[in-house]
Design a protein around this ligand. Structure first.
Ligand code: PLP
Length: 322
């Protein structure tokens, strides 16, 4: 697929073709959406970022006065985005996604697995609820889970993470089960201009070719690191869903967490997740109200496992040396 940066395409015999103005659609975006739709088994639409995809979904399908039930422990930024809609009368409640969603809510928002608490949703219980179901499947990826096959109506991705996978693209996606929902979302996207640029789509399309091999390797490494961390004397608790490259673990307190963060040589002390290079950070810098000060989130990359373990082990030893 070649990259087409045009914003306009000429009419033919005075009639518009499939592409006429890139705020509506462009060839690189459509091809990338086709591929992602295939991977998830639905109709994919790309947005400027994961937060942009969240805002578009809420704007397209929620009404003033409605309530969203969101998984507690899900990405804190999603509730921050919901908060921007409070002035339009949208409310949200949090619930334990390992059980059924609360009655009377208008939309159910799950995360598979939740970031950074790593719980997995009960998809069957959510599908039995009369409200529409969104699964933020950023951390699971379609390599491990295809939520539309388990009763979800929408799959959401921060494509910035595993899908694009190299920490160089900001993108979001919503994959719809129903064509009519995809049409509605496309309309909202065109009207609000919350669009993905061709260059970003091109990088995503290229990255999707290696998604499976990247995620399988990241999963293998994460499984082994989770096991070794759980046996480490300086680690109090490990959270890992058993799939994917994301995990979190607790050290004693904020000081210990800072010591680990600043002692790493191979793993970067940076935010975000899903890239080919490993990242670790204390999440309390972003969400101190709900995350223990000693919680470290680790996104496992493609570096040799023993290099990652040696780096973690020496950084954890710095706590004991204190
Ligand atoms: N959903 C999850 C699970 C995330 O981790 C993030 C970002 O960290 C987002 C959504 C938001 O995505 P973006 O940063 O691409 O806007």
């Amino acid at each position: 697929m070649s990259l087409d940066r045009s914003t306009i395409w000429p009419y033919r015999d005075g009639e518009r073709g499939p592409f006429y103005y890139s705020r509506d659609a462009h060839p690189t975006g459509v091809e990338t959406e086709r591929r992602l739709g295939e991977l998830e088994g639905g109709h994919a639409l790309l947005f400027a970022s994961g937060a942009g995809a969240t805002a578009a979904l809420v704007f397209a399908f929620c009404e003033p006065g409605q309530t969203i039930a969101i998984a507690e422990g899900a990405y804190y930024g999603t509730t921050v985005t919901f908060g921007e809609f409070a002035r339009w009368g949208l409310r949200y409640v949090e619930f334990d996604q390992t059980g059924p969603p609360p009655e009377g809510v208008d939309l159910v928002w799950l995360e598979a697995p939740s970031n950074p608490f790593l719980t997995m949703p009960d998809l069957e219980a959510a599908a039995a609820h009369p409200a529409g179901v969104v699964v933020d499947s950023t951390a699971a990826t379609p390599v491990h889970l295809r939520p539309l096959e388990h009763g979800a109506d929408f799959v959401l991705h921060s494509a910035t993470k595993y899908l694009a996978g190299h920490d160089d693209v900001l993108l979001g996606a919503v994959v719809c089960k129903r064509t009519a929902d995809a049409e509605r979302l496309h309309e909202v996207r065109t009207r609000t201009g919350n669009v993905a640029a061709p260059d970003a789509c091109y990088l995503l399309l290229r990255s999707l070719k290696t998604l499976e091999v990247r995620v399988r390797r990241q999963t293998d490494s994460a499984q082994e690191l989770a096991r070794r961390l759980s046996e480490h004397p300086s680690v109090q608790r490990v959270r890992y869903a058993g799939i994917g490259g994301l995990l979190s673990f607790d050290v004693a307190d904020g000081d210990a967490a800072r010591r680990v963060e600043t002692s790493l040589h191979v793993i970067r002390n940076a935010t975000s997740l899903g890239g080919v290079e490993s990242n670790l950070e204390a999440r309390s810098r972003w969400e101190p109200d709900r995350v223990p000060p000693g919680l470290l989130r680790l996104s496992v990359g493609l570096e040799p496992l023993e290099d990652l373990w040696a780096d973690l082990d020496q950084a954890l030893t710095q706590i004991e040396a204190k």
